[in-house]
Every structure is written in C-alpha cells, then in structure tokens.
Design a binder for this molecule. Structure first.
Ligand SMILES: *Cc1c(COP(=O)(O)O)cnc(C)c1O
Ligand code: SF4
Length: 342
C-alpha cells in the first residue's frame, strides 16, 4: 500500500506541473503482470506469463494509479493485464482481422477508404491494450524513419484523391516532437491534403505528453487537426487528463473519441453513458464505439451484437444526439466502417 501511495503522489505532481517528462514516464512504465498485481495488492496468480510472451504488459504508472487497489475486476486493469483467457484455445481468432495487409500501398501506408490515407508512423504505444487489433501487426515491416516515411509521402503526393492524412500506429504521439513536426511539415507541403488526423491514446495514459512543444506545433498546424482519442472508461478521465484535453482544445485541435466495447470493462448502458457524458462535458465528441475485431487472444472481450445494439439504443434514449457514438465494426473489404444493426 505504502508503495503505491508513494507512486501516486509522485505521479499526481508530475501530471500537474509536468516536472517529469513523458519520455521518463514511458521508461518507468510497469512491464510485467506480476509487478502490476503487486502494486495493486492482488494475487500474482492473476498474471499469466504465457500471455505476456506474445504481447508484453506495458502500463505507465500515470495510468495504473487510476486503478482501484485490490480490485481484480477494475475496468482499467482488465485492459492491460494479460490473463489466462488469452492463452486458452480461441480457434476462430485471426492474425490480420481487418485486412490491413491487403490495403498497404507502401510499407506502413494503408488506403482502405476514399480520400483517407492512414500512415503507420511507429509500432510503439504508450500502453499495451490486450484487445488490440494490431497486436499481431508485423510492425517490423513498416518504416519508422524519415527515409521510409518519404516513400509513403510520395505515394500521397502522387494521388490527388487523398485529401486527408491520418497518423496512426502504434501511436504517433510516442514519436519525438522533432520527428512529428517534420512529418507534419511534409504533409503540409502536399497541396491536395486538406485535413490532418491523429489517432492516439497517449494523452489518455500519459497526459504530460501534452507538453509545450506538442502544443506549439498543434497551434502552428495550417491544416485543421482532428485528434481522435481512445478512452474506454470514465475512470480514465482524471484531473491531469482533463487539463491536457483543455490545452489541446485551446491549441485548436478538434477532439473526438473512439472506444471499443469490451466485456467486463464498459459493456453496460451505465458505463457507456457515464463515459460519453464526461467526454462531452470536456468537449470531446464520442465518435465511434467499435465492436471488437476478432483477433487471436482477445475474444474473451467480445460482446455479442444483440447486446451491443441494446446498449447503443439505451444511449440513444438517455443522451443528447451528439453524445452518442456510432456503433461500428470493421469488415475487411468494405468501403467504410460498417454500422452494426443498420
Ligand atoms: C478506420 C480507418 C480509417 C478512418 O475511417 P473513418 O471512418 O473516416 O474514421 C481510415 N483508414 C483506415 C485504413 C482505417 O482503418
Ligand atoms: S494504444 Fe491503440 S494501437 Fe496501441 S495497443 Fe492500445 S489499442 Fe492498440
């Protein structure tokens, strides 16, 4: 108990005065299930090493301190702790559930939908989410360097139908600001690109990543910038995160959220309603609620469509229209995300 409190106090300060750089928060992240259980005063039997071999545990302390000590069902813990269910036989899970490999135009550049090019900038994330559809993505084959990105930029520059670039990953905000601003400069130079989008979970897990230098290039962006965040539970919005959201908004970014419907984490009308209300109260619009991609090792998080639709209808009746995310699923080969139940 003493240890987690000490960790907590430190993290609170860092979040408020940004005295600990985000890079250090990445270095200090918890990297094993047994360590996580120890900090949260849980039986180490909950951690499953076999699951970690395939996809290591990675959870920054800033995120861990929002978990409840002693609660094995904590909705944030369940997102990061590799458990026995992952290694149990799950015969129908896929390794490339969403057809990413077929959509690559150059190493790390996916064009699945009209107008939008998605650039995988890095394989690194600030957290490892156990349900991640990219947990099996062959990141080694994508470019994480300027030289490699140049190839993707050339493809975008040559295709005038592409008017939006999405930086994704992994998580683009794990890159150094110098790399990011270089990339954004190159994108700005392509005349037919009119919008820039960043898919990121970093501000959710390490809010001090929203540092002065990040805010400086966000405010300097000449393209409308859409930041699509990834919150799954209302407990993820603590004070430090709320401050970071305000700063991003004030720097001119439009904030959206996508979340994944997850068994045991947020699979009720109440959990979704509380999350959506807190988001809109901080001017983040719920964008998508994703049905799980059926990847190997994550099927225990799946919520059947009938139940997902019932949750979605519950949200429609309880919330203002702008606070209701679209319930979608990604189906390989379809021209857009597919609305569930439509
Ligand atoms: C999800 C996705 C997009 C973005 O789709 P929107 O419906 O515009 O949010 C773009 N490209 C790829 C490859 C995607 O997977
Ligand atoms: S942050 Fe996003 S890409 Fe990274 S593990 Fe989590 S869901 Fe996957």
């Amino acid at each position: 108990m003493a240890e987690i409190l000490a960790v907590n106090d430190h993290a609170v300060e860092a979040t408020l005065d940004q005295s600990m750089p985000w890079q250090q928060a990445m270095k200090r992240a918890i990297r094993s299930g047994s360590e996580l259980c120890r900090l949260l005063e849980l039986s180490s039997g909950l951690a499953e090493e076999a699951a970690e071999l395939d996809f290591p545990v990675f959870a920054p302390r800033e995120y861990v301190r929002r978990m409840r000590v002693g609660d094995p069902h904590d909705p944030l813990l369940l997102q990061v702790l590799g458990g026995r269910a992952e290694v149990a036989a799950q015969p129908s899970g896929h390794f490339d559930a969403v057809g990413d490999l077929a959509a690559a135009r150059s190493p790390g550049l996916l064009v699945k939908y009209d107008r939008r090019a998605l650039l995988i900038t890095t394989g690194a994330c600030a957290i490892h989410c156990r349900y991640c559809f990219r947990r099996h993505f062959p990141y080694d084959a994508v470019s994480k360097s300027r030289l490699g990105w140049q190839q993707s930029l050339d493809v975008i520059a040559a295709d005038t139908s592409l008017d939006e670039v999405i930086l994704s990953g992994g998580d683009p905000l794990t890159l150094a600001d110098s790399s990011l601003s270089w990339l954004v400069e190159q994108i700005h130079a392509i005349e037919h690109v009119r919008r820039l989008r960043i898919h990121t979970r970093v501000p959710v897990v390490i809010p001090q990543r929203v540092c002065d230098s990040l805010l400086a290039w966000v405010s300097a962006s000449r393209l409308p910038l859409f930041l699509v965040l990834h919150f799954n539970h209302v407990h993820e919005l603590d004070h430090g995160v709320v401050v970071a959201l305000r700063q991003l908004r004030q720097a001119g970014a439009t904030l959206l959220n996508q979340s994944v419907l997850l068994r045991g984490v947020n699979d009720s009308v109440a959990a979704q309603r509380d999350l959506c209300l807190k988001l809109v109260n901080h001017q983040v619009l719920p964008y998508y609620l994703h049905q799980l991609d059926r990847v190997q090792g994550a099927l225990h998080f799946e919520v059947p469509d009938a139940e997902a639709l019932a949750i979605s209808r519950g949200l429609q009746s309880e919330l203002p229209g702008y606070a209701v995310p679209k319930l979608v699923r990604e189906i390989a080969g379809e021209p857009s995300k597919t609305i569930v139940g439509a």
